[in-house]
Design a protein around this ligand. Structure first.
Ligand SMILES: [Zn+2]
Length: 158
């Protein structure tokens, strides 16, 4: 069995009055992500980790942010397409671990729903998908609520 690991990281700027899509769900928030797509940092980091593990480049290569096809797109569609790309190469997911770092709102209550949405798309058992949340202790751009970051690590088998 061929085991392959990959990591992904994504940043988005937060601005007042925009929607906060995270882990495939809409979270009540004063601020949301400025992005070409729906700005779902967690799904973007997971896509990049899967593509990296499979040696398939990155999310910007497959879903360019100058293509009208992807303007405002639901990132769940990008996740589904990424999963199809790795399946075409004979890969399946062993496990995913991920972290979201933002100052507010508190997203812990929404994590079970995010996991349910993501594991539904990726055909993984809930225990094979981890989503964690942390703040930046008011430090830097995350602490000033100017931005959000997500990191994901994935293990694939072929
Ligand atoms: Zn992104």
């Amino acid at each position: 069995m061929n085991l392959r690991t990959g990591q992904g990281i994504d940043f988005h700027r937060l601005e007042n009055g925009l929607k906060l899509w995270l882990g495939g769900i809409l979270i009540p928030s004063e601020k949301g992500c400025l992005a070409y797509s729906d700005g779902d940092v967690l799904l973007h980091a997971i896509c990049d980790a899967m593509l990296g593990a499979a040696g398939l480049g990155d999310i910007g290569y497959h879903f360019p942010d100058n293509s009208p096809e992807f303007k405002g797109i639901d990132s769940k569609i990008l996740l589904k397409r990424t999963y199809q790309l790795i399946r075409e190469k004979g890969f399946s997911i062993v496990n995913i671990d991920s972290s979201v770092c933002l100052e507010k709102p508190r997203i812990a209550p929404y994590i079970p729903e995010m996991k349910s949405v993501i594991s539904g798309i990726l055909e993984t058992a809930p225990e094979d998908l981890s989503v964690k949340a942390t703040t930046a202790e008011k430090l830097g751009f995350i602490g000033r609520e100017e931005g959000i970051v997500a990191i994901a690590v994935v293990l694939l088998k072929q």
